[in-house]
Design a protein around this ligand. Structure first.
Ligand code: FAD
Length: 401
């Protein structure tokens, strides 16, 4: 009797929920489980806008993976996956090769610039702890420069995109920038924070009333919105945008692009039929032709039904964790020779924070805003760490202390 080799790639929400589920459901003798992740730590991707704005330190958004993985049951390998050979059942990493019987691909998201000229080169992104910290440091460096340069651009911040991440980032900026300005003896009224969005409206997941609440709140704190304004290029001065059919240069030394995400580009290299780093999964979360490969989280397009009207669910942390739970259960069933069930999403709602004290959202079908929404956001963030790491992790990493 040989133990089946289970290999999980990525320790984000999807991968880590899978592994913590597996270690609860399976005994040591049931399977040989390996988890591979680029870093020794897990990061809370949904908190990265706070790292980028400087309202939390990046270490607050991370914890060592070995804190939640039972190393008696799971082998954790810090390594970067470089290739997946789906037919040979082999994965290459910068620390050697790994074979598998069952593979779970959970390699997460990357930033996507949609081919906008100069975006990759000139704009910062909120993709991982490193890029988020770099954005924060750039803003701080520019504010420090202002003392000697007196250049308005040094205290101007351009945010590309008024989607979920863009709006949450603005909510943090209006909390951290007044402090930063004070630190450098700069009048906050002189600081410019401008958000540029191509679409004619923002935050499509919320009602007009909730969206207006967010806009009014952020504007009252000094944010200027340019909605329906496509960015055509990024350059050393800032963004070039199209306003009334004319190209205009918006100038700022700190430029952050929040508007695009895609699945990991390793997906295109490893599988067929991948679009923007995402592959359509079957209802049981395996992929066409490979009933031993599960794909979950931001690299998966999980459909909300079958047939022509079926649409992929949005890629979120909430769904990534439910997918991880489901795959852990499915793998247990598979090893026992039982049938695997189809995945169904239980939508508990979404809250978009506007800093630590304000927010908007829909929770269990009901709209919330203001302090109540901010409170619920802390509940959601704390629940995410609790779910993976239990009460001790929730105590040290949760958002109530
Ligand atoms: P990820 O969290 O991206 O994890 C992927 C893991 O794989 C990472 O640990 C990464 O280091 C690792 N990895 C990547 N490449 C390799 C490689 N080659 N080799 C080894 N390891 C690798 N969703 C919500 O539901 N609610 C929210 O409020 C919310 N807010 C958000 C706010 C921000 C600022 C951002 C950026 C996203 C937000 N999201 C939110 C979306 C959510 O973060 C993602 O949907 C979620 O992180 C996807 O989880 P994942 O496990 O698929 O991927």
């Amino acid at each position: 009797f040989e133990r089946k080799k289970i290999l999980v790639l990525g320790a984000g929400y999807a991968g880590l929920t899978t592994v913590t589920g597996l270690q609860k459901k399976l005994g040591f003798q049931d399977a040989d489980i390996t988890l591979i992740n680029k870093n020794e730590y897990h990061y809370e991707s949904t908190w990265l806008h706070q790292v980028a704005a400087g309202t939390i330190h990046w270490e607050e958004a991370t914890y060592p993976i070995t804190k939640v993985v039972n190393t008696q049951k799971v082998r954790f390998v810090p390594a970067e996956v470089t290739a997946i050979h789906r037919d040979a059942q082999r994965v290459e990493t910068n620390q050697g090769e790994f074979e598998y019987d069952i593979l779970v691909v959970a390699l997460g998201f990357e930033s996507e610039s949609f081919g906008i000229e100069g975006m990759d080169r000139y704009a910062h992104t909120i993709t991982d702890p490193q890029t988020s910290l770099a954005a924060r440091q750039e803003i701080e460096r520019n504010f420090a420069n202002y003392k000697t340069s007196g250049d308005q651009r040094d205290i101007s911040i351009l945010v590309g995109g008024a989607g979920f991440t863009g709006v949450e980032f603005l909510g943090e900026l209006i909390e951290s920038i007044p402090d930063l300005a004070k630190q450098y003896n700069i009048d906050y009224d002189d600081v410019k924070i401008t958000c540029v969005e191509a679409a004619p409206s923002m935050l499509p997941m919320f009602s007009d009333e909730l969206t207006q609440y967010a806009v009014d709140f952020l504007e009252s704190k000094g944010v200027e919105f340019k909605i329906g304004t496509p960015i055509v290029a990024a350059n050393e001065k800032g963004f070039v945008v199209k306003e009334n059919d004319e190209e205009t240069q918006l100038e700022a030394a700190s430029v952050i692009w929040t508007a695009g995400v895609r699945g990991n580009s390793l997906m295109e290299e490893s599988f067929e039929g991948v679009k923007r780093g995402r592959i359509i999964t079957k209802p049981d979360l395996t992929i066409e032709g490979y009933d031993n490969i599960f794909v979950i989280g931001d690299v998966a397009a999980v459909m909300n039904g079958e047939g022509e009207d079926a649409r992929p669910y949005p890629t979120t942390a909430q769904i990534a964790m439910q997918l991880g739970d489901h795959v852990a259960e499915s793998i247990k069933n598979k090893l026992n020779g039982d049938k695997m069930r189809a995945f169904t999403f239980d939508d508990k709602g979404t809250v978009c924070s506007l800093g630590s004290e304000e927010g908007i959202g829909v929770v269990f079908g009901r709209e919330v805003k203001g302090r109540r929404a901010a409170f619920l956001k802390r509940v959601i963030d704390t629940r995410a760490v609790f779910k993976v790491g239990g009460p001790f992790l929730a105590y040290s990493k949760g958002k109530f202390l």
